[in-house]
Design a protein around this ligand. Structure first.
Ligand code: ACO
Length: 349
């Protein structure tokens, strides 16, 4: 059995910078509130019509593939994580395969929101370990700006999120004790609705206590998507921020420690923790809890906001480009988000 190593990494963020003050034209908020509660100063928004979740993924993937010394036609398999796909179906994996003119390879879409990239990495790692594939492209990409409620009603969610993409190429390594040492995946669906986008969907009010649309009066097609859903803002993400925060600060340290324990290591052995960029306050809480120094944790949420499945590969790419990830370093990736799902990956670079 081989371990997998990251042979190439790339990222892409759209050109358009949107500051906290820029958001004032849409909603009642303030730079002070956003920075104090989330650490975010600005984020990037994709071009409305010229950029999609997939086109951003293409840009990040090109760089990752080139840095791995490969061509798109060398890729054996795609794992694509996003919560903001171009289409409800088919997934972005096939659109990426088409756009990059890859061979008729398998393309798998992962729907694990903020944990999506670590889940995707774990799936790809298993395919490398079994010897099934040799060059796997793992992507996280999000175009959040297209699907947020920019009125004051949606401000608790919309100020947090930004657009972007990150990608890595995984390959087998023959060096023992190198590459992805272990991955750890978890879920607890008990609170699925507190960080969720209900519509469009097939739930027909099955899981929610409160009506999400007037289904009794709706025509069958309207149960999936209706004017009522739009009018009641049920087509936008819904979040109980405090509940998410409370669970995140427990599960982040837990899943990081799980990865360390599995490999006989302690927090002191981490050279760089790259947490999902959910909220700077969450990352700082985790840092304190694990007694990590500033140089052991990489954050860039200040510049990009929360880019969900893209946040870890974007942060890892920036850290690597800045020389903060070196050969032999112990790098921990950790995520928590909607589902709830949470996950970690420990890598010996
Ligand atoms: N600007 C100004 N005021 C706001 C804003 C805003 N953008 N959003 C909410 N408020 C107001 C509220 O209306 C409320 O006003 P009130 O006291 O008059 O009722 C007040 O601020 C406090 O609201 P809370 O929701 O209690 O604020 P809190 O301190 O919890 O901060 C936040 C909200 C930032 C969302 C926080 O709960 C948080 O970060 N939670 C974690 C969420 C998270 O990380 N989500 C992403 C991870 S999951 C994923 O990536 C898919």
């Amino acid at each position: 059995m081989f371990n997998s190593k990251i042979a190439g990494i790339g990222m892409y963020v759209p050109e358009q910078v949107v500051t906290n003050n820029d958001l004032l034209q849409y909603m009642e908020t303030s730079d002070e509130w956003i920075q104090e509660r989330t650490g975010i100063k600005e984020r990037r928004y994709a071009h409305r019509t010229e950029e999609t979740t997939t086109t951003m993924a293409v840009e990040a993937s090109r760089i990752a593939i080139e840095r791995a010394g490969l061509q798109p036609t060398d890729i054996d398999f795609i794992v694509f994580a996003t919560l903001s796909p171009d289409y409800y179906f088919p997934g972005c994996g096939v659109l990426l395969q088409r756009a990059m003119k890859m061979k008729e390879i398998g393309a798998l879409d992962v729907r694990n929101q903020c944990s999506g990239f670590v889940y995707a990495l774990s799936v790809a790692d298993q395919f490398i370990k079994t010897g099934m594939y040799k060059n796997i492209l793992v992507v996280g990409s999000e175009k959040h700006s297209f699907g947020l409620d920019f009125s004051t009603r949606g401000r608790n969610v919309s100020v947090i999120f930004g657009d972007g993409a990150g990608a890595v190429v995984l390959q087998p390594t023959e060096e023992t004790g190198r590459g992805i040492l272990s991955t750890h995946l978890h879920s607890d669906g008990e609170s699925a609705e507190i960080l969720a986008m209900y519509n469009p969907g097939t739930h027909a009010n099955h899981w929610t206590n409160e009506p999400v649309a007037d289904f009794d009066e709706a025509e069958i097609g309207e149960m999936f998507f209706s004017h009522a859903m739009v009018d009641k803002a049920q087509v936008f993400p819904n979040m109980d921020g405090q509940a998410v925060f409370k669970k995140a600060v427990v599960k982040f340290p837990e899943v990081i420690n799980e990865s360390l324990t599995a490999n006989g290591l302690t927090p002191a052995d981490i050279n760089l923790l790259v947490p999902h960029q959910a909220n700077l306050r969450i990352a700082q809480f985790v840092q304190q809890k694990l007694k990590l120094r500033d140089d052991q944790v990489f954050n860039n949420i200040q510049k990009y906001g929360n880019t969900t499945a893209a946040s870890i590969p974007i942060a890892l790419c920036e850290a690597w480009e800045a020389g903060k990830v070196k050969d032999g370093d112990v790098v921990c990736l950790a995520a928590f988000g909607s589902g709830f799902t949470w996950a970690s990956a420990l890598i010996k670079w």
